[in-house]
Design a binder for this molecule. Structure first.
Ligand code: DGI
Ligand code: FE
Ligand code: FE
Length: 202
């Protein structure tokens, strides 16, 4: 599957949008359109593939409004076994099920896109450009409205690593505040960025 400009302007994208509309509530559908646009913008800024970024952004939350039953069906169908931390945090499920959904049900065979969706909630250590673009676009899309959104919007335009650092700190602080478990991938992502910063200093 060649994800080029022609593909992004093709009828397939209209079909994906209809599918998203049927699967998501109105707010989440609008969020998906906004993340697609922001991901394309950040891809241009950071040197990632703009068309892949748009498609990953559009589809990243495709299972966000899925029921527990549908999640369990997807996990069962593709032999996905959740860790205890994943079991404890339902908000983590849609990144895992979403990656499986686009790969197996939408036949998206581009592993860069599938893995960007897979890690869009937790992030991970040493992310690809596309993974970082999607992770950050989810924080700075036009529909977002949280306390520090202005700071995040300034940071993504300034520095990919500083934006990642800020986003991970913000997320980890929130999780601690809520008493939620921190996924090992979130911890690894944070440590990776901290160590990268220390190396550049020293
Ligand atoms: O799906 P969105 O709302 O657009 O955004 P998202 O996929 O980044 O999901 C955000 C939620 O995921 C937020 O409520 C915090 C949660 N989350 C992110 N990292 C972790 C986490 N939850 C747990 N338990 N552990 C994590 O490491
Ligand atoms: Fe999400
Ligand atoms: Fe999202």
């Amino acid at each position: 599957m060649l994800i080029d400009e022609e593909f992004i302007n093709s009828k397939i994208i209209d079909e994906y949008k209809l599918l998203l509309k049927s699967r998501l509530n109105e707010k989440r559908y609008y969020h998906s359109l906004c993340v697609a646009d922001e991901a394309r913008r950040l891809a241009a800024l950071y040197g990632a593939d703009e068309n892949k970024a748009y498609l990953a952004g559009l589809l990243h939350d495709i299972t966000k409004n899925a029921t527990v039953a549908e999640h369990l069906q997807i996990f069962g169908a593709f032999d996905i076994i959740l860790t205890d931390v994943e079991k404890s945090g339902e908000k983590l499920w849609h990144a895992i099920s979403g990656a499986a959904y686009v790969k197996h049900y939408l036949d998206i065979d581009d592993e860069e896109i599938v893995s960007a969706i897979r890690y869009h909630t937790t992030a991970r250590a040493d992310m690809t450009k596309l993974q970082a673009v999607l992770y950050l676009a989810d924080f700075t899309s036009a529909d977002r409205d949280y306390d520090d959104v202005d700071v995040m919007r300034r940071l993504v335009d300034k520095s990919e690593d500083e934006a990642l650092m800020y986003a991970l700190k913000y997320t980890i602080n929130e999780l601690i505040e809520k008493g939620a478990a921190i996924h090992p991938d979130t911890v690894s992502a944070y440590n990776f960025i901290v160590l990268k910063g220390l190396k550049n200093e020293g």
